[in-house]
Every structure is written in structure tokens, then in C-alpha cells.
Design a protein around this ligand. Structure first.
Ligand SMILES: Nc1ncnc2c1ncn2[C@@H]1O[C@H](COP(=O)(O)OP(=O)(O)OP(=O)(O)O)[C@@H](O)[C@H]1O
Ligand SMILES: [Mg+2]
Length: 156
């Protein structure tokens, strides 16, 4: 059984930082990787969001498949690093990981939209962050999902 973490939170909420601090050796699947050029520079293009998420899900599925015959998966840690505002964005990862018998947790990084916007390194406009926050607040995840909420606080 591997450990699978599915991150959730606004742009700038601190998902990637949390991964770095808590599970530094994890395999990371992220739609953001699709927008990295050969030099590792992030070049977002909203026309390719679907492709980016398809590529992320494929990356995740391939890791699960490539480890499926291992009886000893205790040290395998996989993390999905997307904003994952809506339950439908989380479901494919959650269900696939459970189907392969892994231990799954959604790590929801709770952060005020102003703080997240002030920290966000991907240039997401405040209006978009606020809209995403409305979605986040309005969305109820299935009660049977394993969810941990991590509160972010301003350091000023
Ligand atoms: N707990 C924290 N205290 C102070 N600064 C933080 C904290 N967590 C993250 N940051 C800073 O906030 C910025 C954004 O964090 P990070 O890149 O982890 O966010 P993210 O949720 O991964 O955003 P995105 O969805 O855009 O990838 C970074 O500069 C990071 O150093
Ligand atoms: Mg990130």
C-alpha cells in the first residue's frame, strides 16, 4: 500500500511548499508540469488546460500501474499537486488510488484569498482567486473521503 496525497487549495495557498516540507521524496503529478518549457520556465496557456489535466492524470495512472505488482509499496508516496477546487477534479485520482488499494488523503490547504493572492507565484488575478475561493467554500466533499485541513496564517 502506497501513500497518496491529493492537494487542494487556491493558487498561492502553499500546496507545493507543504509538499516540500512534509513529503519531499514523493512522486509529484501536477498539471503545472505541462506548462514548463525545456528550460523549466513556466509558460501558462489557458487554451491547454484540458490537455494539462489529462497529462497529469495519465502521469498518476502510469505511476500506479508501474508499481501495481509490488507487494512492498510502503515507502512509495505519490502526490497530486493541483488546485482541485471541485470534487469532480479530485474523484478520478481518489478513486483510482483506492482501486489500487492505496492509502489516500486529500490535504486541503485553507488560506484566505487575499493572502493566497499576495503569495501566488503563477500570476493568477485576484478576481480569479476569489472566484475559486467561492467554489472552494461552496463545495462539499464526500463525507467518506479522508480529508485533512491545514490552516495557513499570515506571518505579518
Ligand atoms: N506557510 C507559509 N508561510 C509563508 N509563506 C509561504 C507559506 N507557504 C507558502 N508560502 C509562500 O507562498 C508562495 C506560494 O506558495 P506555493 O507555491 O507553495 O503555493 P501553491 O499553493 O503551490 O500555489 P500554485 O497553485 O500557484 O502552485 C511561495 O513563495 C511560498 O514560499
Ligand atoms: Mg504549486
Amino acid at each position: 500500500m502506497a501513500k497518496v496525497f491529493i492537494m487542494r487549495g487556491l493558487p498561492g495557498a502553499g500546496k507545493t511548499t507543504w509538499i516540500r516540507n512534509n513529503i519531499p521524496d514523493a512522486f509529484i503529478c501536477s498539471a503545472d508540469n505541462y506548462f514548463l518549457d525545456e528550460a523549466g520556465i513556466y509558460k501558462f496557456d489557458c487554451l491547454f488546460i484540458s490537455e494539462a489535466h489529462e497529462s497529469c492524470l495519465k502521469c498518476f495512472a502510469e505511476i500506479l500501474i508501474s508499481h501495481k505488482d509490488e507487494t512492498e509499496n510502503e515507502h512509495l508516496v505519490i502526490v497530486v499537486d493541483n488546485t482541485a477546487i471541485r470534487a469532480w477534479e479530485i474523484s478520478p485520482y481518489y478513486n483510482l488510488a483506492k482501486a489500487y488499494g492505496h492509502d489516500v488523503k486529500v490535504v486541503s490547504i485553507k488560506c484566505d484569498s487575499d493572502l493566497a493572492h499576495s503569495r501566488n507565484i503563477h500570476g493568477v488575478p485576484l478576481e480569479r482567486v476569489e472566484k475559486m475561493d467561492e467554489g472552494l467554500i461552496g463545495e462539499t466533499l464526500p463525507s467518506f473521503w479522508n480529508v485533512e485541513v491545514v490552516e495557513q496564517v499570515s506571518d505579518d
